[in-house]
Design a protein around this ligand. Structure first.
Ligand code: ATP
Length: 236
């Protein structure tokens, strides 16, 4: 059979609506990502970026096409398989952290690990993201950047195949956002983890190994950076 990318979307579509109204959110998109790549998906509002990420993460189902992840077409999964995939194989990082407010940082990470097959040590991962002293704090006692670090620890502790980040700096100031992107880039390099980051900001594209530009639900252009720039060296 054909050699597939670690992640490979093959003519994936997503159509919302009913018989009268059709919204084509994703329009036969195809792209491929290697294991360990740091990928930036960029494009205007409404282009379909979040829909693509949600399909890749098993949070939404494609209307058509194939979604290959590590040799499996998850577009063919039933809902039970998709739930297991989402729990065990995918780490999500969102713009607004989505922490449980009445649990500490440590408890937020441990909660996510209860439904996971092969978790890492929650305390160890919290130390790695720089929260050694903050584990017993509740989300409201943490800054935005610290809360995002908890959410990254929660995702990383699952030891996922894919780390999917939807506008992870969207709610943060410039310096804090930069530190978060540096953390994501470091995690990609140190662990050889495949990381995909959605952003509106095209000034960030030099940090990526691969840039996928999405417009009107499909790829408008793609570029490879042979020498991606460390986040801390980018000004935007
Ligand atoms: P943004 O940068 O604003 O988040 P995006 O590139 O992530 O935009 P999507 O959120 O994927 O774009 O949306 C793509 C298109 O699909 C938009 O026209 C949006 O209105 C539409 N859409 C997304 N989700 C739904 C839904 N559940 N029902 C109907 N239309 C939807």
């Amino acid at each position: 059979s054909k050699k597939r990318g670690f992640v490979e979307l093959d003519r994936v579509s997503k159509i919302y609506g009913n018989k009268d109204v059709k919204i084509v959110a994703v329009d036969e998109i195809s792209f491929s990502i290697d294991k360990g790549e740091f990928v930036v998906i960029v494009g205007p509002s409404g282009a379909g970026k979040t829909t693509v990420l949600n399909i890749l993460g098993g949070m939404d189902q494609a209307s058509g096409g194939s979604v290959w992840v590590d040799g499996e077409d998850i577009a063919k999964y039933n809902s039970r398989q998709l739930t297991q995939y989402r729990r065990e194989d995918i780490g999500f990082v969102f713009q607004f952290y989505n922490l449980v407010p009445n649990l500490t940082a440590l408890e937020n990470v441990e909660l996510a690990l209860q439904i996971c097959k092969d978790p890492l040590d929650a305390r160890q991962v919290l130390r790695e993201v720089g929260l050694r002293e903050r584990m017993k704090n509740f989300p409201a006692q943490l800054s935005g950047g610290e809360q995002q670090r908890v959410s990254i620890a929660r995702a990383l502790a699952k030891n996922p195949k894919l780390l999917l980040c939807d506008e992870p700096t969207g709610a943060l100031d410039y310096q804090t956002g930069k530190a978060i992107l540096k953390l994501l880039q470091d995690m990609c390099r140190e662990r050889g983890m495949t990381v995909i980051v959605i952003t509106h900001n095209s000034a960030l594209t030099p940090m990526a190994d691969k840039v996928i530009r999405i417009k009107n639900g499909t790829v408008s252009s793609m570029e490879l950076n042979e020498k991606p720039i460390p986040v801390e060296n980018i000004e935007w």
